[in-house]
Design a protein around this ligand. Structure first.
Ligand SMILES: Nc1ncnc2c1ncn2[C@@H]1O[C@H](COP(=O)(O)OP(=O)(O)OP(=O)(O)O)[C@@H](O)[C@H]1O
Length: 272
């Protein structure tokens, strides 16, 4: 269970909860005309149940490759990867994905998009309706149940995509720059909505972003990556009291952590 911190109202995963995702020495080498290219070399980490963890790093450090490997959409070149102790060998219903590009089915309404996975699974109609109602309410799209994606703004489309992923009750939500294409104001409100959702649904979240502020605001832990080759350079723990109010992003503690992460990203790669 998550515990509630009175000073922030924000739940924090227990420090020693069970490991949900275990990555051991994952590497990814791409072949190409110019020869082999090492994108991940090697990467190891643990993510605990109900944790919200972000990966930040410069362009090309292998963030998306890592997430695609976690999703089972791509194979690691070597290493071991487990979710709840089970080796990953392809995509699975235990993992929900939300990408930066809007991936809704344009011919389906908001409700039908959210119900899509449930329909495939043969969930009975009434139950399917109730699950979709629950998530439409959580992402504040109940009024748009009958709208089609082309009638929605970018932020609304991403809310549908998040609701669709969560409706399938995944054990892990994998998010690849989901708010990267949104304007700053929409992005901020989406971040707050995601935090509220996470507090209610308690899904383990792996979040990829370029945006350090976003990573600090959302996460309990931030893995800072470096490029050429892609590696985890530093693990940064975000103190739970950091997001104490709406203006937390301007607080000295928040800015200090941001500077710390910038310095890790900016510094030269460590020697072997
Ligand atoms: N299918 C592929 N074939 C060859 N090289 C690839 C392939 N996919 C990714 N790469 C290379 O692997 C490296 C890591 O790419 P990846 O997209 O994982 O990085 P990233 O950190 O997500 O970058 P960005 O933030 O710019 O999206 C990059 O140098 C990229 O060019």
């Amino acid at each position: 269970m998550l515990s509630t911190l009175p000073q922030t109202g924000r739940p924090v995963a227990p420090a020693a909860g069970p490991v949900k995702i275990e990555a051991k020495a994952i590497t990814k080498v791409y072949g190409g005309k110019k020869g082999a290219f090492t994108a991940l070399d090697p990467v190891s980490f643990d993510i605990r149940e109900q944790e919200f963890v972000s990966f930040v790093g410069p362009s090309g450090c292998g963030k998306s490759s890592l997430l695609r490997i976690l999703a089972g959409l791509e194979e690691a070149s070597s290493g071991e990867l487990y979710i709840s102790g089970q080796a990953i060998d392809g995509p699975g219903a235990d993992r929900g994905m939300v990408f930066q590009s809007y991936t809704l089915f344009p011919w389906l309404t908001v409700r039908q998009n959210i119900e899509f996975g449930l329909t495939l699974k043969g969930v009975p109609l009434l139950e399917k309706r109730q699950i979709a109602d629950h998530f439409m309410e959580l992402v504040q799209l109940t009024k748009f149940a009958k709208s089609y994606p082309k009638e929605l703004s970018g932020g609304m489309k991403q809310r549908v995509a998040i609701a669709r992923a969560l409706a399938n009750n995944p054990e892990v939500l994998l998010m690849d720059e989901p708010f990267g294409a949104l304007d700053p104001q929409t992005k901020n409100s989406m971040q707050e909505m995601l935090l509220n959702l996470w507090e209610k649904e308690k899904t383990t979240v792996v979040f990829i972003t370029h945006d350090i502020e976003e990573a600090i605001f959302l996460s309990q832990r931030v893995y800072v990556m470096q490029a050429h080759p892609g590696r985890i350079k530093q693990t940064v723990h975000v103190p739970p009291g950091l997001r104490s109010d709406a203006g937390c992003r301007d607080s000295e503690a928040f800015l200090q952590l941001k500077r710390e992460i910038v310095s890790h990203i900016g510094a030269a790669p460590e020697e072997e």
